[in-house]
Design a protein around this ligand. Structure first.
Ligand code: AMP
Length: 283
């Protein structure tokens, strides 16, 4: 695997690919890699000629300093996993490569997609995400961008950005990868205590139950039930929202929408977990 920390190193290697008809797939991550990330790498490998993984813990998308400070950074392990998966290139830029002194963040109207759920509870988060993903696209110039549906709102916002700016890249949303008990893989799971890890899978179980309940009960009632079920299991729930899969606005009636996603953010101790599930329709 080739590892580059500078833009010039990366582009001099990638230019031969960019000049040819070969396709480049990019998988942006913040490191602390797990099976969720590796599924994105595998999909990118099977669909493109060259895979560029990026690891950059982007300070501008952290709204809480402690979350940034505590974010795990097991770089040697990450490199080993990427090598074992035969990823072609790792781009490991420093902060000054991503944000040089003359850097100006791209401006995009996000049509309100950034004002709900994560956007409401993590002010500034999506401005940071849009800025860094746009910048990584500028640096890597991939044909395809692989992102996980674990961060449903994030991929919806990036899809909107790509369309709004008419960027020449295809976004490939990838399914959520879960542990055996249903907990979605996340770099933050490593910070759960043993006791909290045991109850963490309740999020998935509650979402499964929501899907059943939505067939017969009003959305409002299912939502109240879900918040109560999570909090009774030991979580501190920030939100459970049933949203239209395109607009991300909360819905009242399932019948009025072809794609409905239930999204959750909930705390276990000091760890904030997010998850989601399709309640109606297909992605
Ligand atoms: P992160 O390192 O958390 O920024 O995640 C990098 C990419 O991996 C994002 O596109 C995430 O949505 C995706 N991802 C993280 N966890 C999972 C998972 N459990 N299943 C699928 N994709 C994931």
């Amino acid at each position: 695997m080739h590892v580059f920390t500078t833009h010039s190193g990366l582009t001099s290697y990638l230019s031969a690919f960019q000049d040819s008809s070969l396709t480049i797939g990019c998988v942006p991550t913040m490191g602390a890699l797990h099976k969720g990330h590796m599924a994105l790498m595998q999909k990118a490998k099977s669909e493109t000629d060259l895979v560029v993984a990026t690891i950059f813990v982007n300070p501008t998308q952290f709204n809480e300093k402690a979350d940034l400070t505590n974010y795990p950074k097991p770089l040697a392990k990450d490199i080993g996993m990427l090598e074992a998966a035969e990823v072609d290139v790792l781009f490991l830029p420093t902060e000054s490569v991503v944000y040089p002194p003359d850097f100006e963040a791209v401006q995009v109207d996000l049509a309100g997609l950034d004002l709900v759920m994560e956007g409401k509870f993590r002010p500034g988060h999506f401005a940071g995400v849009v800025t860094v993903v746009h910048r990584l696209l500028e640096l890597v110039e991939p044909n395809r961008l692989y992102m996980g549906l674990k961060d449903y709102q994030q991929q919806a916002i990036i899809s909107h950005m790509i369309e709004a700016l008419r960027l020449e890249v295809d976004l490939i949303p990838c399914p959520i990868v879960r542990e055996d008990d249903g907990l979605a893989y996340s770099s933050r799971n490593a910070r759960l205590t043993t006791k909290h890890r045991q109850i963490a899978s309740s999020i998935h179980n509650v979402l499964l139950k929501c899907k059943q309940k939505c067939a017969s009960d009003p959305v409002k009632e299912v939502r109240v039930w879900a918040i109560d079920a999570l909090n009774s299991a030991g979580f501190r729930t920030e939100y459970v929202e049933f949203v239209d899969g395109k607009t991300l606005q909360s819905i009242d009636r399932m019948d009025d929408h072809s794609l409905v996603i239930a999204c959750v953010a909930s705390w276990l101790g000091e760890v904030r977990l997010i998850d989601n599930m399709v309640m109606k329709g297909r992605l």
